[in-house]
Design a protein. Structure first.
Length: 297
């Protein structure tokens, strides 16, 4: 192929089509457990996570709830993935060897949020959220109905492989995916570009700006206990019993059981099988969906 500006532009359009088609076709999981929050600056503060007021009977004047302020901030990060195309491959019409690479860039771009979101979920045992406690902890602070400070737990402890029970029915999700700049394929293919002049290569890459953080820990429960009907039922009960500030029920129910591939069989036995291994009826069957994430492997 003759290397000129018009042919290079056509080549890049072809790369964009391959990238876009692969991006669209890629299977992504992060949207099941994370809410996407558009970002317009270098960082966003989530002070509103401190308190979500419940309804009260309107008697007299409105009662305005002052949000308990927190300094929980998510700072956007820059990400990139880039490749080089040798000019001689263009001369020799060997662009087909780069098609899988462009498709792989599209797939990787679509699933990169998965990598970030599920890594953060797994790190919740040792990473703090808005209240200063680890996201999965046994002593999150809470204001009781009488004004005293008490605690609540979203961790069952244990020493085995971690599994997670989430409530994903709400607008707010357990994880935040903060999106500042979407994934985009860009090119350096002008003859005056440094790479073309010095090394005879054209350069293509994808870049994005985003980051992840924690939403409401009340919507997530983690356990390293053996995943069976007993531990699953205990997790469901713990989530359903949670109360907010002032002692009002939060009406949280664990509806999504998230596990790594090694716990897929156990998870399906707990929430899909009609009978347990001992032959007893499985009363917890159908109470949650199962999400097996390879990003937790």
């Amino acid at each position: 192929m003759i290397v000129n500006r018009a042919n290079l532009a056509d080549m890049f359009r072809g790369f964009q089509l391959l990238f876009g088609a692969a991006f669209t076709a890629a299977e992504s999981q992060y949207g099941r457990i994370a809410m996407r929050v558009p970002s317009s600056t270098a960082e966003e503060k989530y002070g509103w996570l401190g308190k979500m007021p419940r309804f009260r009977e309107w008697v007299g004047d409105r009662v305005f709830n002052s949000l308990r302020t927190s300094d929980y901030t998510i700072k956007n990060k820059k990400w990139e993935s880039s490749i080089e195309v040798d000019r001689t491959d263009i001369d020799d019409d060997r662009l087909g060897i780069y098609s899988p690479l462009m498709q792989a860039l599209g797939q990787d771009s679509a699933t990169h949020p998965d990598e970030l979101v599920f890594a953060l979920l797994a790190a919740g045992f040792a990473t703090t959220c808005y209240d200063g406690q680890y996201f999965f902890d046994t002593d999150h602070p809470l204001l009781a109905a009488d004004g005293s400070v008490t605690t609540w737990s979203n961790s069952a402890g244990g020493s085995g492989t971690a599994w997670y029970l989430l409530d994903v029915r709400r607008a707010i999700k357990p994880i935040v995916f903060q999106d500042r700049k979407p994934y985009k394929l860009v090119a350096m293919q002008d003859d005056q570009d440094e790479g073309v002049f010095t090394r005879d290569v054209y350069r293509y890459g994808v870049d994005a700006r985003n980051n992840v953080g924690y939403g409401l820990p009340q919507l997530a429960y983690a356990s390293k206990q053996t995943l069976d009907a007993t531990s699953f039922a205990a997790a469901r009960a713990a989530m359903g019993s949670l109360k907010g500030d002032g002692g009002k029920p939060l009406a949280i129910m664990g509806t999504l059981l998230v596990v790594p591939p090694s716990l897929e069989k156990a998870a399906l036995e707990v929430v899909k099988a009609e009978r347990l291994a001992n032959g007893a009826s499985n009363v917890m069957a159908g109470t949650a969906e199962v999400l097996v994430s390879p990003w937790l492997a």
